[in-house]
Design a protein. Sequence first.
Length: 283
Amino acid sequence: MMTETSSPPDAPSSSRTDAPMRSAATALFGTLARPVRVDLDAGAWMPERLIITIDGPAGTGKSTVARLLAKRLGVDFLDTGAMYRAAALIAVDRGLSAADGQRVVDRVRGVDMRFDWTTDPPDLLCDGQSVMKRIRDDDVTRIVSPIAGIAELRRVMVDRQRDIAAVHSRLVTEGRDQGSVAFPDADVKLFMFASAEVRARRRTEELKARGIPADEARILAEIIERDRSDTTRAVGPLVCPADAQRVDTSALSIEHVVDELERRVRAAVAADRLGSGGAAGAP
Ligand code: DC
């Protein structure tokens, strides 16, 4: 069961503070050249429905970028990785593994999983309890990719994601299969990537900035393994949709990536308005 709080889909996110997001961004990409800009003028150019998908491997800064982009545009942000992490947490808590397939799906179905859209980022609640901190722990991270490979579980999650988009029709949704499976008719599809080495370095720096000791070689090995698992699973593998715009984040600061994505989204919306039908193919 997936339900939602009643906050309006287009609540002005610019009223929320930038500070936590900026520090997370700084930890991920290093010192920002300029402060994050918030577009207070969102809305005038905004269509009624705008589904923007951002897919890509772990460590490209997708979540941070997707969140900042949503904030700039004044739309909602859906972290689908958090949903799979919550499913993995439910499995861990009940002593289940991916090998238990259907039992994991049954357990996940039995949990009331909902986002609280009044917080930034939206808080993920399982049976009323926030799981946002717990789902980043090592024991959850270790099994989330195989758990996300359970075909029936993916169907459940994709249904829930579509239900959310039906209510939150202006949405930046981020994951692995958002443009390919969940929202094949999305208005703008983006695919972020960076070399495994760059991603391992960023993750190491992020952990060190939080005072957590980090072994870059081990992190690199884990990233390579997670990429392999995410790209080779039979259902909902990580793929770049043919009609997605690819963005290499290896050499870009987070603010530059957000600038670039915002530019592309605006160009796509403008092209669509002009009737060129070029939303997904805008430069
Ligand atoms: O983005 P993340 O690291 O929080 O994702 C956690 C895991 O969930 C990762 O192994 C990929 C998987 N995932 C997925 O299979 N499909 C999605 N739409 C989002 C995440």
